[in-house]
Write a protein that binds this ligand. Structure first.
Ligand SMILES: C[S@@+](CC[C@H](N)C(=O)[O-])C[C@H]1O[C@@H](n2cnc3c(N)ncnc32)[C@H](O)[C@@H]1O
Ligand code: SF4
Length: 325
């Protein structure tokens, strides 16, 4: 039976911004990677210099000022950051008295092949591992991601350890031309990894010029990304064949998604943004803290909204005119 859920996000006025009260905070640990995906957004806009001291100060400030619900660790590939475990330890300290639901590691998983490394990750503040994996054919996946990615057996083994620690694991797949771009391919992917993780999530690849870039990555994504309509058509056909569990028209008023059961495997379909209901310069569902310590609402490490918003916030709090819209 299909269940329609209305997801109501409240926004707080903070200076010129309207900020979600269930905010996602992306921690962009680094910009290096042991893979080289041709579509990677992180190749274009995250080449921030490291400033660990400022990063620590601004992480603490960010958590004090905003209502962060989930923290997502990414990069580049965060696991290759020499400060990876130091940063996790610091994070554990600063979220101690905060109501954070999930600390999610988004990773290509390559370093998790190492048992000691995996154990350290599972003993850390991380509650969920989101593994990026593009194609069920291992050789094809290696070709796309340009790295020695995990095999199905390795993923299964990691999942066993993850479950033993009462943590969760998901595979994230990007849908684009010649990669999971038909109902048959989506089904094959789910069948291949059925039971290897808690959830499999399909998201459309996005043209990186949406983030104001002009380079090789942008050229590639312009060639291979499916349109909103193509994604919708593909997903709708897939949904029709399976059991719909949950349907959400607009997370943050922006991104629709559907949740399915496919042969008992939980699957999430993330659509492309359908409408520009909000002025994204003002409405903030997600913030990004870069390794240089800048806090931005965009894929732009040079932008830092922290100081201005903090000033405004203090004024608003003092005047008690915080408004919910
Ligand atoms: C930038 S990567 C960083 C974390 C880690 N290296 C990984 O691949 O999981 C985070 C996620 O963004 C996705 N991604 C990269 N470029 C994208 C694009 N152009 N459109 C949509 N998703 C993209 C990747 O597939 C990955 O799941
Ligand atoms: S593994 Fe992640 S960071 Fe590395 S190139 Fe691929 S998407 Fe980008």
């Amino acid at each position: 039976m299909a269940l329609e859920m209305k997801h109501e996000v409240k926004y707080k006025k903070m200076g010129k911004y309207l900020v979600s009260d269930t905010l996602f905070l992306d921690l962009i640990f680094n910009n290096s990677c042991n893979c080289n995906c041709p579509f990677c957004i992180a190749n274009t806009k995250t080449f921030a210099r490291e400033n660990y001291e400022l990063w620590k100060i601004n992480l603490q400030k960010t958590l004090e000022i905003f209502d962060v619900r989930d923290i997502i660790i990414l990069g580049g590939e965060a696991t290759v950051d020499p400060l990876f475990f130091d940063k996790l330890d610091y994070l554990k300290k600063v979220i101690k008295d905060k109501k954070i639901d999930n600390v999610i590691l988004t990773t290509n998983g390559i370093l998790l092949k190492n048992k000691n490394f995996l154990n350290k990750v599972l003993d850390s503040v991380i509650t969920t591992i989101n593994l990026s994996y593009m194609n069920y054919n291992h050789d094809k996946n290696n070709n796309i991601m340009q790295g020695k990615t995990l095999t199905k057996e390795q993923i299964k083994e990691i999942y066993k350890q993850v479950k033993d620690k009462n943590k969760t694991m998901r595979i994230n797949v990007n849908v684009f031309k010649d990669n999971c771009d038909s109902v048959d391919e989506l089904t094959k992917f789910v069948d291949y990894f059925n039971g290897c993780v808690d959830t499999i999530k399909f998201s459309p690849l996005m043209p990186t010029d949406m983030f104001d870039t002009k380079d090789e990555v942008t050229k590639y994504t312009n060639q291979v990304c499916l349109t909103k309509e193509e994604i919708k058509e593909l997903y709708d056909e897939f949904v029709n064949k399976h059991e719909l569990i949950n349907s959400n028209d607009s997370v943050f008023g922006l991104i629709p998604y559907k949740e399915l059961k496919v042969n008992n495997q939980s699957v999430i379909l993330k659509y492309l943004q359908v409408e520009d209901t909000y002025d994204l310069d003002k409405v903030i569902p997600t913030l990004k803290l870069y390794s240089n310590g800048n806090l931005s609402n965009e894929w732009d490490y040079k932008k830092n909204i922290l100081n201005s918003i903090k000033e405004d916030m203090i004024t608003y709090k003092n005047k008690k005119v915080e408004k919910k819209i």
